[in-house]
Design a protein around this ligand. Structure first.
Ligand code: NAP
Length: 342
């Protein structure tokens, strides 16, 4: 059956301008890092994307290496664009990235012009698109001059492969340098994508949100649920089919009794706010200086639950202090900044 998007989708979502740019992003965006590989059916992937669009999520975030295998998520989303979202391309913001390990040899990762431009072309082919809306440098490369990496992003825009460019996981110092180089080249940097959630505060330690505000950049915070740890799913062990059960990007050893106690405490605060823990965690990320929370989902019901976060995004000082009291001494994360210093 032909998919027809919900008629009230734009009434269900808020949109915020991305920094000083003209681009508006939904307060909640969907990432396709997990659950979009060749190990899942077309129908399960399409249902997640349809549910997202029905809730007003217009922004879908990808990268060259999302799968498994690498590239599979872009191919899957390309098929969804052709079969389900045909006719809606101009209502969507599609992003991709290059920076992590993608193909063998010296030209398949990091930040060279050689890699970024070739990878962008491969992504466009898999997605079946002429251009992506946002193309990112996925991580800072200490061995390539930043001028070269930013020059490649500038070329990607000038050659029509992308409309806007962004960077991911750069610290404040490197973000300032990247923004300055791109400004001189005439292609403004519009967005930064860092990891940020209640259990991972590197952004606050770095002062990144102040830097982004000063530079007029938008901020899209990834893994707002700490890959699922900020939900109730791990309160009684590791359920089959969960991300921790795969023991790849979320190691089983991260699911400790100490985490369980913190989650139970956070859940009490969420309940007093009339929210699920996932909703409170997303609302917390959105509270100041963040344009959009970039969620993941393995089922459509999770997308619907997460969108409910927007019903209560205000926190009292007392609630914020109680949440802070439950954060671990060390960040629970795979990611901090990919540049030196934080
Ligand atoms: P996340 O929102 O922190 O975690 C998503 C996981 O949480 C889901 O797969 C699901 O786990 C669980 N979940 C989601 N909603 C739930 C709900 N309402 N109730 C209970 N459980 C729920 O985000 P993420 O998947 O780690 O990352 C999101 C996106 O950020 C990625 O897809 C990608 O686009 C981006 N990202 C970017 C980078 C970068 O370097 N730039 C790195 C990582 C991610 P189960 O699968 O266990 O059900």
């Amino acid at each position: 059956m032909t998919y027809v998007p919900a008629g009230n989708r734009y009434e269900r979502m808020e949109y915020r301008r991305c920094g000083a740019s003209g681009l508006k992003l939904p307060r909640i965006s969907l990432g396709l890092w997990h659950s979009f590989g060749d190990d899942r059916s077309y129908e399960s992937k399409a249902l997640i994307c349809r549910t997202a669009f029905d809730h007003g999520i217009t922004h879908f975030d990808l990268a060259n290496n999302y799968g498994p295998p690498p590239g599979a998520s872009e191919s899957a989303f390309g098929e969804i664009l052709r079969r389900d979202f045909r006719g809606y391309r101009d209502e969507l913001v599609v992003s991709s990235k290059a920076g992590y390990d993608m193909w063998p040899g010296p030209y398949g990762e990091w930040g060279s012009r050689k890699y970024l431009i070739a990878s962008c072309d491969q992504s466009l082919k898999r997605l079946g698109l002429d251009y992506v809306d946002i193309f990112y440098s996925h991580r800072f490369d200490p061995d390539t001059p930043l001028e070269e990496t930013m020059g490649a992003l500038d070329h990607i825009v000038r050659s029509g492969r992308a409309l806007y460019v962004g960077i991911s996981s750069y610290n404040s110092r490197r973000t300032r340098q990247a923004a300055e180089i791109l400004k001189e080249l005439g292609t403004p940097l519009v967005i930064h994508q860092p990891a940020y959630n209640i259990l991972n505060r590197w952004v606050d330690r770095d002062g990144l949100k102040d830097t982004l505000a000063e530079l007029g950049l938008g901020c899209i915070a990834f893994s707002p649920l700490a890959q699922g740890m900020l939900t109730l799913k791990y309160l009684k062990g590791i359920p089959p089919g969960s991300r921790a059960s795969e023991d790849r990007f979320l190691a089983r050893e991260k699911i400790t009794p100490d985490l369980g106690e913190r989650i139970a405490g956070l859940n009490e605060i969420a309940k007093s706010r009339g929210q699920s823990l996932a909703q409170m965690a997303i609302a917390w990320v959105l509270r100041d200086g963040v344009t959009s929370a970039l969620i993941g989902a393995s089922r459509p019901e999770q997308v619907a639950d997460s969108c409910g976060a927007l019903e209560n995004t205000l926190f009292t000082e007392a609630e914020l202090a109680s949440i802070d009291a439950l954060k671990p001494a060390h960040d629970e994360t795979l990611w901090a900044s990919s540049s030196e210093g934080v």
